[in-house]
Ligand binder design. Structure first.
Ligand SMILES: Cc1ncc(C[n+]2csc(CCOP(=O)(O)OP(=O)(O)O)c2C)c(N)n1
Length: 331
């Protein structure tokens, strides 16, 4: 195993943070603290924890985003406070409340925004990878994530083709949660593993258990190392979406929800907790403490960010903050 005991405990911190953040987001949407629609990450926490562990360990700078369910990855890139501020569209957020969750941007912090129309982000990140290579950067890569539905957009194949042809430093990551809105994977693709599409571009494609943060972290570490050596590749992590597509979506209208009676069987947080207990790294006291700490952190950060106001009309419409103005002069 590549991860030290300390790193595994850090991974545990992140998987618990992902669970707490996911649960609080659902709770706060229903209580009206958060306005708008968010895609809950519940059930997919091992993916976020594994990604963050790989990012921390690799020593490779990666530009990108998270999928619209990996809120903890976005928070990792810009900081929890700045992420939650943006989620609440408050002026204390990373972009002063004008980007919201999905368009969070700070290139210095490696946070590249995702496109609202699915399919664009991989192309955009292939462009980032091109710029890194053209700029002579070493050990800097683009990290391009998508869900199982989004990877079937035609533009993703253009991005994979260009990446493979020009040997760009990019890792394409598929967070396969088994369903895209209401369409299960087996109704969208004839493939058992979506990473197999990589072979059409002469790239390596690896599929791992997305409910196991260590498996995700190991595969992503290897994928990042390849990308840093100008070998673009694909990693797919298979997991399960527990909730509706967005908070408030009644998934029983399109999906057999009987699996929810047996969530313990597939709960990534529970399984990782048991694993670390079995290794003698965790005891019940630490489990209780970490949960309490993460809950207090997330709650206090929401409370703090709620003290900030919403952007004014002038701030929201300030084109100089929305568009790059590298050409100089005021727009
Ligand atoms: C081009 C385009 N079509 C449709 C949508 C609406 N939409 C937003 S998320 C989503 C489902 C994406 O599924 P998947 O990629 O599997 O991610 P998941 O939501 O399961 O995490 C859809 C269809 C969109 N944003 N862009």
């Amino acid at each position: 195993m590549r991860f030290s005991n300390e790193e595994l405990l850090d991974m545990y911190d992140d998987i618990v943070l992902a669970r707490v953040l996911g649960e609080k987001i659902v709770e706060y949407i229903f209580s009206g603290k958060i306005a708008g629609s968010i895609h809950p990450c519940l059930g997919q926490e091992a993916v976020s924890a594994g990604l963050i562990a790989a990012f921390k360990k690799s020593g490779i700078k990666n530009y990108g985003t998270g999928t619209h369910r990996s809120q903890t990855v976005m928070a990792y890139r810009v900081g929890l406070k700045n992420f939650i501020g943006e989620l609440l569209c408050r002026t204390g957020g990373e972009n002063g409340g004008i980007s919201g969750e999905y368009h969070l941007t700070n290139v210095e912090k490696t946070m590249i925004p995702a496109t609202g129309a699915l399919g664009g982000t991989w192309g955009l990140l292939a462009g980032v990878a091109w710029a890194l290579k053209a700029g002579g950067k070493t050990r800097e890569i683009a990290f391009a994530p998508y869900g199982d539905g989004a990877v079937s957009q035609g533009s993703t194949y253009e991005a994979m083709n260009i990446a493979a042809l020009y040997q760009l430093p990019i890792l394409f990551f598929i967070e396969n949660n088994g369903i895209a809105m209401s369409t299960p994977v087996n109704k969208q693709s004839p493939l058992e593993n979506l990473a197999d599409r990589a072979s059409a571009f002469n790239m390596q494609g690896v599929t791992v258990d997305g409910n196991d943060p260590i498996a995700v972290a190991e595969a992503v570490l290897e994928g990042m190392e390849l990308a840093a050596n100008f070998v673009p590749n694909v990693v797919e992590a298979k997991t399960v979406r527990w909730e509706g597509h967005y908070v408030g979506d009644d998934q029983s209208l399109y999906r057999d929800v009987s699996f929810r009676k047996h969530l313990d069987d597939i709960d990534p947080v529970l399984h990782f907790t048991e694993k670390l207990k079995g290794m003698g790294l965790l005891d019940e006291e630490t489990v209780v403490r970490v949960l309490a700490e993460k809950t207090a952190l997330v709650e206090s950060t929401f409370d703090e960010q709620l003290q900030f106001g919403l952007p004014t009309r002038e701030q929201a419409l300030d084109y100089n903050r929305i568009y790059s103005n590298e050409a100089g002069g005021e727009l």
